[in-house]
Write a protein that binds this ligand. Structure first.
Ligand code: ADP
Length: 486
């Protein structure tokens, strides 16, 4: 049976991206098509999105949240069928989707994303003739009110609504705002309740979605378990336990057409598991690009990451002396917290040839690091899924990851037993502390000295299925469950 889904997200690759959410929202529709699910993606009309949207047609006049006039555009871009909310008063601004050029969040973010969710709910109720989704899939807090608007609209009108799915890509971002916003956001007075949108005395966008969606998913089974505990639940573990079997974890995949070393335009030469010699060109290109000493006495360890506490980047700086003692070199691409940027800049200045750094966002260099580093370090304190370790597996860089969330689910630690059984794909360590990091770097150095074993781990990694095929089957099954309940 074919199914129609409306996916609602605040960023979608390749149109606009600040992190993994965009990758997921951009890749899942194509994978779901194979499963008989036709997906339309709704996203805000930021300048970059409008510029990319060719042949767009205005299909609906709107005034979200009873505010200024807006239009719904329908068109195709980046291989996706899109609905774009063209609302200049909300989205025609410089900066990234959430903050201005000064880095501060826009003060009207509650309004900007409630408008998106409200339009999603209107589409879910059939506002656009000829389009009626079976399922509305809300991604992260920015879309979290969509299940709530749909719920209250169905209660009020006594009509059937589509099934709803809420996916948490990162529980740390909950979209909390003051109670005073309630009337502006067009939420009914009865929504101000513990089983409504109320969250710790304010309005919780994500909380609302977790409370009201028919199904809740997060992006790995281990993170789904972690967020039900006080240690990992960030204040919402009680609600997540209460939702019981409605909560599940579905791993992310990566777009294996975008991330394919056999045809990657960002690499100097193609390679594959069967023709690994071509990888040498990427290794050399990376060293020369970041000014790293070109010898093979130790591995080049890569990092492609937001520079933040979540990602454990402070620990990398703490463990740097141990890394350098092992004759390793570090290749870092990242942007984020000022202190961490400064810390990495100081480390690079103090260790020329041994710490190579590019501060900023650079899609092309991200590919070259995956293709050219020997191991990729992901020392997150928590990690809902993580995508960079999946890219590393596919590109033949050994992932070295903290044993949390999706990192625990996607990398098989090459311990003695795993090596004997021939199944290891990388290294795991307990948690993001300097001691644990130093210990895993010692293990990495031992493995480097046994190049035959290293090669086996690398081949196992490259043979891992990191595609969207399996996850798309699971989402499709979940959509069918949710659609049956709407
Ligand atoms: P996040 O928590 O940031 O979403 P993920 O691992 O899920 O972490 O996704 C990060 C995505 O962003 C990956 O596709 C990664 O390659 C990309 N990325 C992160 N930092 C940079 C950067 N500085 N330049 C280019 N791409 C980056």
């Amino acid at each position: 049976m074919s199914l129609t889904a409306l996916s609602v997200a605040s960023e979608v690759y390749p149109l606009i991206k600040t992190g993994g959410l965009a990758d997921v929202a951009g890749a899942l529709p194509g994978a779901l098509a194979v499963e008989g699910v036709a997906t339309r993606v709704l996203l805000p009309g930021y300048p970059a999105v409008l510029a990319a949207l060719q042949g767009a047609e205005a299909v609906l006049d709107l005034n979200p949240l009873s505010g200024d006039a807006a239009r719904l555009l329908a068109g195709r871009a980046g291989g996706l069928d899109l609905f774009v909310l063209d609302a200049p008063h909300l989205y025609d601004r410089p900066g990234n989707p959430y903050s201005g050029p000064d880095g501060a969040d826009w003060p009207d973010n509650p309004q900007r994303f409630a408008a998106l969710a409200q339009v999603a709910a209107q589409l879910g109720q059939g506002a656009l003739p000829g389009f009626l989704p079976d399922v509305v899939h809300a991604h992260d807090w920015q879309a979290g009110l969509a299940p709530a608007y749909l719920h209250y609209a169905a209660v009020q009108s006594g009509t059937r609504r589509p099934g709803t799915v809420m996916t948490v890509h990162n529980l740390a971002f909950q979209g909390q705002c003051d109670r005073a916003w309630l009337p502006t956001l067009g939420l009914p007075p009865e929504s101000w309740a513990i089983d409504g949108v109320e969250s710790y005395g304010g309005i919780g966008f994500l909380k609302a979605g977790l409370q009201m969606a028919d199904r809740v998913t997060t992006v790995s089974p281990t993170y789904a378990a972690e967020i039900r505990t006080p240690a990992g639940g960030m204040g919402l573990d009680g609600l997540l336990r209460y939702r019981g079997a409605a909560v599940s974890g579905i791993l992310n995949g990566i777009d294996t057409a975008v991330w394919d070393p056999a045809s990657d335009p960002h690499l100097p030469a193609p390679y594959s598991a069967g023709a690994l010699a071509g990888r040498q060109a990427s290794r050399q290109a990376l060293r020369s690009r970041l000014g790293l000493i070109d010898d093979d006495s130790g591995p080049v360890v890569g990092i492609v990451s937001r520079l933040s506490w979540q990602k454990g980047m402070d620990t990398v700086l703490d463990a740097l002396p141990a890394l350098l003692r092992q004759d390793m070199r570090l290749a870092v691409l990242g942007a984020g917290d000022r202190d961490l940027q400064d810390g990495f800049a100081r480390a690079a200045a103090a260790n020329p040839g041994r710490v190579g750094l590019h501060l900023g966002y650079d899609e092309s260099l991200a590919h070259l690091i995956q293709g050219g580093c020997d191991a990729l370090l992901v020392p997150s304190r928590f990690e809902p899924c993580g995508l960079t370790q999946l890219c590393a597996l596919r590109y033949g860089a050994l992932p070295v990851v903290a044993r949390v969330g999706g990192l625990a689910d996607t990398v098989i630690d090459a311990n003695e037993m795993a090596l004997a059984a021939g199944v290891g794909t990388g290294l795991q360590f307990a948690n993001a502390t300097p001691d644990a990091l130093e210990a895993v770097l010692d293990r990495l150095a031992v493995l480097w000295r046994d190049q035959a074993a290293w090669g086996r781990v690398q081949h196992n990694g490259m043979a891992s299925d990191v595609s969207w095929a399996g996850p798309a089957r699971r989402y499709s099954a979940l959509y069918r469950e949710a659609a049956g309940r709407g």
